[in-house]
Design a protein around this ligand. Structure first.
Ligand code: HEM
Length: 483
């Protein structure tokens, strides 16, 4: 089946006004992108690779990954299944729940695209980047570390760390704006994004010789150093614990089957199974440090921005907090967190409007049919989460922040794949419950202590879609102490 494609300049946009990075500079040629990006999505056989006008367009696209993110967003105007080429590589962009379901629910299309190989120097082949039997066995091994029972043990850690954060924020809470977006988030994922859409920088021997490559290597050395230090500290702590346990009477531990946290689980396996090497542990620690940190940092930043621009909604969240905590500044318990229903709705809606992982890319290893289009093996399939979450059929007035969309009666009306901030299916986010708990602890504590205000109007916030979705101009917030 072939689609008739409107010329790139045609017609009013069917999508929402908050296009990513709307003022994306000289290279922001969404219209140029239309010329090379938009193709009838019957992907068989490949029509042509890069050249001529397409080459020019690619060069323009390469002026920034944020520009490309915007262009992909534009591509989705051509349909729920749309095709574009990046150099000789065919891509297919999906932006409807039904189309997305075909990939995410499948047990067969679990391979990440080549784009993720650019993360190998940093993450190795950890759970995010691995495939096949390696991914499968690791996923099985690590799943128990995210059992809801073990998550309860983390509440104390979250609350004590949040205490420190609140103390630091108090020093900044003088009503003057400061940017809360963590710089480390940007530094690391930006190197990846910079390289992703510059095919000439893909070979390692070229990239390493550029200033970006040298910076990237130095950054990775620091991060790996931190991961190695964490592993070694944990090993020492385990040895000390074992030593202490040997001194105890054996019956003291009788019947206590303890659940283990992620790193303990890996270390225990490596102690009993020589196939799990130090290298394996390191790549998982790096993977989880990235996956567990950059995403939640972004999500919490976006949530605070939303609160800072929606005063009435913030007041309602704070009324709920006051009702639960009754003015006390005691740390939150699991029971308190369960009662924070409105905060939870707001968090879900914030993850819809600003999904921290704005795109997911898989490579199909065998032909698949999606909405009557044949997608051949070897195609990279982009799930445009940011655009999917703005489908007006699933989310009427998608740019309006409305937490009630997540009331159970409203969720029931939606397609199950319309909302996937944590992905879905067999390769969904292993840490989603952990993340939700952590975010509830941190955000509830911040809003118990401060009122948040932002001067960037809702319609003017511009986003950059990289590995992680971040604000183009930062997120300056003003904090006012509540007590
Ligand atoms: C708001 C916070 C988070 C969001 C929005 C998020 C989102 C996602 C998404 C969309 C994926 C799929 C990525 C892809 O296929 O390319 C993913 C995978 C993953 N996430 Fe998260 N995540 C969050 C927090 C966390 C946390 C806290 C952890 C760990 C403690 C974590 C660990 C992982 C891992 C290991 C994977 C790979 C799973 C696999 O392929 O089997 N994430 N996450």
């Amino acid at each position: 089946m072939r689609l008739r494609i409107a010329p790139p300049t045609a017609g009013p946009s069917a999508v929402s006004p908050r296009e990513p990075d709307d003022d994306a500079g000289a290279g922001g040629g969404a219209l140029v992108a239309g010329a090379w990006v938009a193709r009838p999505p019957d992907l068989r056989p490949p029509h042509h690779a890069l050249g001529g006008r397409d080459g020019l367009a690619l060069q323009k696209a390469a002026e920034g990954v944020a520009v490309l993110f915007k262009q992909l967003y534009k591509v989705t105007e051509f349909g729920a299944v749309a095709r574009f080429w990046l150099g000789p590589n065919p891509y297919c962009v999906l932006s409807s729940a039904k189309a997305v379901e075909s990939i995410l629910s499948s047990q067969r299309h679990l391979h990440k695209s080549w784009d993720y190989t650019l993360l190998h120097p940093w993450l190795g082949e950890g759970l995010i980047t691995s495939a096949g039997s390696k991914w499968h066995s690791r996923r099985k091994l690590l799943t128990p570390a995210f059992h809801f029972k073990i998550l309860e043990d983390f509440v104390d850690v979250f609350t004590s760390q949040t205490d420190t954060l609140v103390k630091r924020l108090r020093a900044k809470a003088d009503g003057r704006p400061f940017d809360v977006f963590h710089c480390i988030t940007c530094a690391r994922s930006t190197s990846y994004a910079f390289r992703q859409f510059r095919p000439w920088l893909h070979p390692d021997f070229v990239f390493r010789r550029t200033s970006h490559g040298r910076k990237h290597d130095a950054c990775i050395k620091t991060i790996h150093g931190l991961a190695k230090q964490t592993i070694s500290m944990r090993r020492k702590a385990r040895r000390a614990k074992r030593f202490a346990a040997q001194k105890k009477a054996p019956e003291e531990d009788f019947g206590q089957k303890t659940r283990q946290a992620f790193l303990d689980l890996l270390l225990e396996y490596s102690e009993n199974d020589s196939t799990i090497t130090n290298e394996d542990i390191l790549e998982e620690v790096n993977t989880f440090m990235f996956a567990g940190h950059d995403t939640t940092t972004a999500a919490m930043n976006w949530f605070l921005y939303v609160m800072g621009t929606h005063k009435e909604i913030q007041t309602r969240v704070q009324e709920e907090l006051d009702a639960v905590f009754q003015g006390s500044d005691r740390p939150a318990t699991m029971a308190d967190l369960r009662e924070l229903k409105y905060l939870e709705l707001c968090l879900k809606e914030s993850l819809r409007v600003f999904p921290p992982v704005p795109m997911i890319i898989r490579e199909v290893k065998e032909e698949i049919q999606i909405n009557n289009y044949r997608i051949p093996a070897g195609t990279s399939v982009v799930i445009h989460v940011y655009r999917l979450h703005r489908d007006p059929e699933q989310f009427p007035n998608p740019e309006v922040f409305d937490p009630d969309r997540f009331l159970p009666e409203n969720c029931n009306k939606r397609h199950p794949y319309a909302y996937v901030p944590f992905s879905a299916g067999p390769r969904n986010c292993i840490g989603q419950k952990f993340a939700q708990l952590e975010m509830k602890v941190v955000l509830s504590s911040i809003l118990r202590n401060f009122r948040v205000e932002s001067d960037i109007p809702w319609e003017e916030m511009r986003v950059h879609g990289e590995l992680i979705l971040r604000p183009k101009e930062g997120n300056p917030l003003k904090l006012h102490p509540r007590k």
